[in-house]
Write a protein that binds this ligand. Structure first.
Ligand SMILES: O=P(O)(O)OC[C@H]1O[C@H](O[C@H]2O[C@H](CO)[C@@H](O)[C@H](O)[C@H]2O)[C@H](O)[C@@H](O)[C@@H]1O
Length: 371
């Protein structure tokens, strides 16, 4: 679903402060400020450094966040309970957690009761929600059964995929024309103009898709494209000798994967990313599942994308609509928060381990999402 852009229409709020507390790190510990962008030869800057030796406290904070991203089940349970747990105990702890975040499957009737006389609008994350987490991001396929399940849902309810991946990539993986797609953590949204609510004045760009069909594009970070491409190239270059490291260009953000990097080399990955980002005050980093995600400092996230789609498609009236968002990652928390506010809808966290979340319900893994 590639589109030929006809006009750039950035709705930038780059001067807004970002939510640094999401990382659990005080703002003074983060390597970005609110000053204007700088472009520089980062490869040279980085290669002057001795890799793997952190030169200040901030980067150690990053490393700690990397270690706690997607940790083994036993470690999460230990953090949650403050003691070592056997796997049977782990199940008991998980069941206790579902008292606070009940299983969406067991709460099906409750959800249906609330959905009575309302329009259900469904939002789905991709990785870890529709597809299982696997070592190779290029092999994160959703099953044919899952695709059929999503297709069935979309037949009855407006359904959108909101992913950290590029919109083209996630479309390629999902392959269903009948859905709405938002890539780059919601910074790249596409929908047919005929679905736009009447009277809506969303600041969209008109464009055409591969089939020549007219589409509406909303890309609030379009001015960051050259910067993102530059950072992507630099990161590919500096990480090329780190075994297992993988850098993905998601158009308006970049992912640096360290899932397959030996843990002893994680400091090197962190150091390189940290050094590069020092030169880009208008980019920030968030932590995903064994991935560092570099994104523009704009006031936009998956939660904002949910609000945007609801409004653009004419579903923002609280009384008539019940939005549901299913996701597994920290970036999905922004969407859960939007639905939690004013009890607007239901966030459903996909997690096999207890976690603090803004979601209302839980599901254990993608196989439960499919049901
Ligand atoms: O918002 P999402 O659709 O959940 O995308 C978030 C990131 O997903 C992918 O990485 C994650 O899944 C990979 C495949 O299972 C896994 O190998 C990796 O460790 C996970 O972090 C994707 O590759 C990232 O670029 C997305 O940002």
């Amino acid at each position: 679903m590639d589109v030929k852009s006809t006009k750039a229409s950035p709705i930038l709020t780059g001067s807004q402060p970002i939510n640094k507390s999401r990382l659990g790190i005080h703002s003074s510990h983060l390597p970005y400020s609110q000053s204007s962008p700088t472009y520089s030869n980062n490869i040279l800057a980085v290669s002057r450094k001795k890799p793997g030796t952190f030169d200040d406290v901030q980067s150690n904070v990053w490393l700690e966040a990397m270690r706690s991203s997607s940790p083994p089940r036993k470690k999460i349970l230990k953090d949650f309970t403050d003691e070592e747990v056997a796997s049977d105990d782990g199940d008991i702890i998980y069941r206790a957690w579902t008292i606070k975040y009940p299983s969406a499957l067991n709460s099906f009737q409750q959800i249906m009761n609330r959905a009575k006389n309302r329009k259900l609008v469904v939002f789905l994350d991709y990785d870890g929600t529709l597809s299982p987490i696997v070592d190779n991001p290029d092999r994160a396929f959703m099953s044919a059964d899952m695709r059929s399940a999503v297709k069935r849902v979309a037949k009855y309810f407006p359904t959108a995929i909101i992913s950290g991946r590029s919109r083209d990539k996630v479309y390629e993986l999902v392959g269903l024309k009948e859905l709405y797609y938002a890539g780059s953590h919601g910074m790249d949204i596409i929908f047919p103009p005929e679905d736009m609510a009447s009277g809506n004045r969303s600041n969209c760009t008109k464009s055409t898709d591969r089939q020549g069909k007219e589409v509406n594009l909303f890309q609030p970070a379009s001015e960051f494209l050259p910067m993102i491409n530059e950072v992507f190239r630099t990161l590919v270059e500096v990480t090329k000798n780190i075994k297992g490291a993988k850098v993905e260009n998601h158009k308006f953000c970049v992912s640096v994967h360290y899932r397959n990097v030996d843990e002893n080399s994680w400091p090197i990955v962190a150091q390189f990313v940290y050094d590069i980002l020092k030169d880009y005050s208008r980019l920030r980093i968030t932590h995903g599942r064994k991935v560092l995600e570099i994104r523009p400092v704009i006031d936009w996230d998956k939660g904002k994308a949910v609000e945007f789609l609801l409004e653009s498609l004419g579903f923002s009236c609280n009384q008539d609509v019940l939005p549901i968002y299913i996701g597994d990652d920290t970036t999905d928390e922004d969407a859960f928060k939007v639905l939690q506010l004013g009890n607007r809808g239901y966030g459903i966290l996909v997690s096999a381990v207890p976690k603090e979340t803004n979601a209302f319900f839980s599901l254990r893994d993608p196989s439960e999402v499919k049901i």
